[in-house]
Design a protein around this ligand. Structure first.
Ligand SMILES: C[S@@+](CC[C@H](N)C(=O)[O-])C[C@H]1O[C@@H](n2cnc3c(N)ncnc32)[C@H](O)[C@@H]1O
Length: 230
């Protein structure tokens, strides 16, 4: 079973995302275990303080090193993490290939920043991987952590009913997914492509591949040349 701990100052933000649908089923099947940990439970300071002004001045509070260090070291006594991930806009951009790699790990700790972020020394001392979910700034790392857990969790063998369905998603082979259709075959005069109704498996898979390629060339040509993308 894969185990993911998430350290946060706003555990309430993570009450919803893991309690429904595929991630709920993954936990029920005991393929995935997710624990949300409140950083305030580990602070040695009065009034459950976890943040303070930044040295050098400037707006915005910073999560203090002491509570983070106490929390991380207490959690490390319980398990030895394969990766300690800090969610941050200046991290490595999150990609499907990274989700694939992380889905093979056993124990992950994700640290969510808040306010201006976390004290740099925690990043240096404990964090093994820094990940961004995109070139924009969220108020906290919680939604980013939820994105990672969702993308990783659905790849754990046995989580999706149809094992092959994750493999045919966008990005798995550097291609975007082809268009998909369901009933009715004629919707307000818009028809499903004949080939999909033909029952001819080889031709259908060729059509899907061509559509994937076309869509990727039109929308994300850089995916076809991964070296350039970096
Ligand atoms: C307001 S942001 C801090 C941004 C930081 N001052 C900066 O400019 O890099 C607060 C927290 O949200 C999380 N966060 C914000 N944007 C993110 C992104 N694109 N990817 C991952 N985490 C993000 C991080 O944990 C960050 O510490």
């Amino acid at each position: 079973m894969m185990h993911i701990d998430i350290l946060t100052v706003v555990p309430e933000l993570l009450e919803g995302p893991f309690s429904h649908s595929i991630l709920k089923r993954a936990q029920q099947k005991e393929l995935l275990d997710i624990q949300v940990i409140n950083l305030r439970d580990y602070t040695p300071y009065k009034h459950k303080q976890v943040d303070d002004y930044q040295y050098g001045g400037g707006a915005g509070m910073v999560l203090m090193p002491e509570p983070l260090s106490l929390a991380i070291e207490a959690l490390q006594k319980e398990r030895s993490y394969d990766e300690i991930i800090f969610l941050t806009p200046d991290g490595q951009p999150f990609k499907q290939s990274m989700a694939n790699q992380l889905s093979l790990k056993k124990d992950l700790l994700m640290i969510c920043g808040h306010y201006k972020g976390i004290d740099e020394r925690i990043r240096k001392k404990y964090v093994t991987r820094e990940i961004s979910i995109g070139d924009f700034v969220l108020s906290g790392g919680e939604l980013a952590a939820a994105v990672l857990v969702d993308a990783i969790g659905r790849l754990i063998p046995g989580v999706l009913n149809n094992e092959t369905s994750a493999l045919s998603d966008s990005f798995q082979d550097n291609l975007l997914a082809p268009p998909v259709y369901t009933r009715p075959a004629d919707f307000k005069g818009l028809k499903v492509p004949d080939i999909l109704l033909s029952g001819h498996e080889r031709k259908i898979s060729e059509w899907r591949y061509d559509q994937s390629l076309k869509r990727t060339k039109e929308r994300r040509p850089e995916l076809l040349n991964p070296e350039e993308e970096k």
